[in-house]
Design a protein around this ligand. Structure first.
Ligand SMILES: [Zn+2]
Length: 330
């Protein structure tokens, strides 16, 4: 297992040269230009250019609303092929189970998230996990007494989930979920929204399938610290490069993350989509799809505690915690 994990860490390390990576990244083809997905504004200012897999990507900030996005960005066709395990080579390299099954040390972190949700949602309610991937979370929710459905656009991922976790599955893109209006009490969508080209459309769809009074729980990376370093604290960049040995700079992952969320913009987007009581929170834990090593995990914990202290000491003005959990009510 350790060799497989090492392999996966290598392919997600932005300092790895593409020709040396195990992952087959399909050719990007022509990048597409898109206006701000939050306010529709076309004007932006450049924050940073990053070179990934043979292509330069521009991370820009909307001059109207401040939302940060990758523009221009890879096409939906590229995205579909990149996520297809038959194309990206991960399945054949590290095994199909490794692609979908989460590292065991992430499970307590998911359990913590589930416990938080169960404080709001009584058992027996109907939950849909959008962007379910491995379906592990839907399986945990089902085991905790919720009526859980795993939704993903990948039939391959859902087949794996149905086989391993025996969960009810629904194959749909997040923008057009094949479910009637007001058919769920809870929607969860974890580490998915940043990958999607039309976030507001997705949030409106989540709003549509929720019953009145239903809740959405959305987790995504918080890019506030990235933006701060890239603008006002640029002097920290050499320190970051020295400590992480990553010459590319901060992990914007611009070829895969189309939108780079902050608490303000996430709450704004939820309210534009029709939700109320939008609030950005943070549940401690690392839920990425790479197994962190001990050094990374320790640094992450120290940072998380520091960021929490900064958040409280500034009366919730500076939220530099690396992962956001937004909650909102229909
Ligand atoms: Zn905007």
């Amino acid at each position: 297992m350790s060799a497989e994990i090492h392999a996966h860490e290598r392919v997600t390390d932005p300092t790895v040269h593409p020709s040396d990576a195990l992952m087959k990244v399909p050719s990007f083809g022509p990048l597409e230009d898109a206006p701000c997905g939050l306010c529709g504004g076309a004007d932006s200012r450049l924050l940073v250019v990053q070179h990934w897999f043979g292509e330069d990507f521009r991370v820009v900030q909307c001059t109207t609303c401040g939302m940060i996005r990758t523009n221009p960005r890879p096409s939906p066709e590229w995205k579909a092929s990149f996520y297809d395990p038959r194309c990206n080579g991960l399945a054949e390299t590290v095994g199909r189970d490794f692609v979908y099954a989460p590292a065991a040390d992430r499970l307590p972190s998911y359990a913590r998230l589930l416990r938080f949700i169960l404080d709001f949602v009584p058992r027996g309610k109907r939950l849909i996990d959008v962007g379910a991937a491995s379906c592990v979370f839907a399986g945990m929710a089902r085991d905790a007494g919720l009526e859980a459905v795993a939704c993903d656009y990948s039939s391959d991922a859902l087949a794996h989930g149905a086989e391993h976790y025996k969960v009810e599955t629904l194959q749909s893109p997040a923008e057009a979920i094949a479910a009637p209006d007001a058919s769920f009490d809870v929607v969860t969508i974890f580490h998915t929204i940043e990958h999607l080209p039309a976030p507001l459309e997705v949030l409106r769809e989540l709003h549509r399938i929720l019953k009145p009074g239903g809740m959405v729980f959305l987790e995504t990376p918080n890019y506030t610290l990235h933006a701060l370093i890239q603008t006002r604290l640029r002097f920290l960049m050499p320190v970051y490069r020295f400590l992480t040995k990553k010459p590319l700079g901060l992990p914007w992952v611009p070829f895969d993350h189309y939108y780079h969320w902050t608490p303000r913009h996430l709450c704004d987007a939820l309210e534009r989509a029709g939700f109320r009581q939008a609030r950005a929170r943070h549940i401690f834990g690392y839920r990425s799809n790479t197994k962190p090593n001990v050094l990374f995990w320790s640094a992450y914990m120290v940072y998380d505690v520091l960021a929490q202290l900064i958040y409280l000491a500034t009366f919730r003005r500076y939220d530099l915690r690396l992962v956001l959990l937004a909650t909102a009510v229909k």
